[in-house]
Design a protein around this ligand. Structure first.
Ligand code: F6R
Length: 357
């Protein structure tokens, strides 16, 4: 039930800190350490390459998951859109492991890939929010997201839950093969949960940004680099689906290779900057579009902020930053849709679970 909330989407955005804490609990063993079933760790560490397969928002979570699996578990990882993979398979490695990410566990495009790769004899792990769902039943292994029911069509808490579970999977798999992490993941996830809470308590700031930048525009661009590039793709999808503003998320450096031609006087460009090594270069991209008339908004992370930034999110571990930097973009999309009188929880032409290919 949505209780006092006007929309499920807003309630689900607000639930994210709680979901983070539930996930930490669910994946802790009796001694308080993060733990994953042995059979899953064996499957992950036996793989010479991981293929993540998903659609939409879950695909965007997969992009972040690849970073964890490669950086903390040192396993080469590819991320694929399910509907493409099934018709145009890449050359597979000798010992692939497939990870399906699906909030509903019922997405037909992802299932088609699962059926196909099972036929080839490859193992599969499903990350899903729904125990007993088709993708969970048909895979060899399941990890649950513990996000609670997600009712709004636009996925929010499932995305951050997927990222948290992927971080835990990569950390525990890395540890099982003797790789030590440079930070304490339980502690950092807790810090991220607190940061999410600080932002969900600060909604007027995002309502203001939505009003100022997005209440009348036809289009909008999101830019970021590195981890922030993954998040801006999700930010654009969220804005598109509920506010019907034509939006795209780009890698900051790619703008000059074509897209910058679209910048006109007043075109909104939202940049995210949470990564120290690309902070200067993304700010350079913001200057490039501003010089061509763009109306620019910078969301930066504490420690990297500059005067004039539109919003500064609390500092969190850089690798986990998507958990936190996505929250402003969810709230901005929500308020943009409200300002434009859109049906937030049930956008036109969309269904919560897509059971046709
Ligand atoms: C976007 C959204 C969709 C889903 C996609 C996959 O907000 O909800 O893009 O993420 O249809 O759905 P699942 O995760 O259920 O496989």
């Amino acid at each position: 039930e949505k209780g006092t909330y006007p929309h499920y989407m807003l309630k689900e955005i607000d639930e994210q800190p709680l979901v983070m804490r539930k996930i930490i609990q669910a994946y802790q063993n009796e001694t308080g350490e993060l733990a994953i079933e042995d059979s899953i760790l064996e499957a992950v560490n036996a793989a010479d390459r991981i293929y993540i397969v998903a659609c939409g928002t879950s695909y965007h979570a997969g992009l972040v998951g690849k970073e964890f699996l490669e950086k903390t578990a040192k396993i080469p990882t590819e991320v694929h859109v399910a509907s493409e993979f099934v018709y145009n398979m890449p050359l597979l490695s000798e010992k692939p492991l497939f990870i399906f990410i699906s909030q509903s566990g019922e997405t037909a495009d992802s299932r088609a890939v699962l059926v196909h790769i099972k036929g080839l004899g490859h193992p599969a792990l499903t990350l899903t929010n729904v125990a007993g769902s088709t993708l969970s039943r048909e895979a060899n292994h399941t990890l649950l997201l513990h996000a609670g029911p997600e009712i709004a069509v636009a996925s929010t808490k499932a995305y951050t839950a997927q990222i948290a579970v992927l971080a835990i999977l990569a950390a525990v798999a890395g540890k099982a093969k003797g790789l030590e992490m440079s930070f304490d993941l339980i502690q950092e996830l807790g810090i991220a949960a607190n940061a999410m809470e600080a932002m969900t308590d600060d909604k007027e700031a995002f309502e203001q940004i939505a009003r100022e930048y997005l209440s009348v525009t036809r289009n909008a661009f999101f830019i970021g680099r590195s981890m922030d590039y993954h998040v801006v793709q999700e930010a654009a999808l969220k804005l598109k689906e509920i506010s019907y503003i034509q939006a795209e998320g780009f890698a900051g450096g790619e703008l000059k290779h074509g897209t910058i031609a679209l910048i006109e006087d007043g075109t909104p460009v939202v940049a995210i900057s949470t990564q120290e090594n690309v902070n200067l270069s993304i700010r350079g991209n913001v200057k490039e579009v501003a010089a061509r008339g763009a109306y620019t908004c910078i969301i930066s992370m504490k420690g990297l902020e500059e005067e004039g930034d539109s919003y500064v999110i609390p500092h969190v571990n850089e690798l986990l930053s998507p958990l936190v930097s996505v929250v402003p973009t969810q709230l901005i999309a929500y308020y943009a849709a409200l300002h434009r009188d859109c049906d937030v929880d049930k956008p036109r032409n969309l269904a919560k679970s897509v059971t046709v290919e």
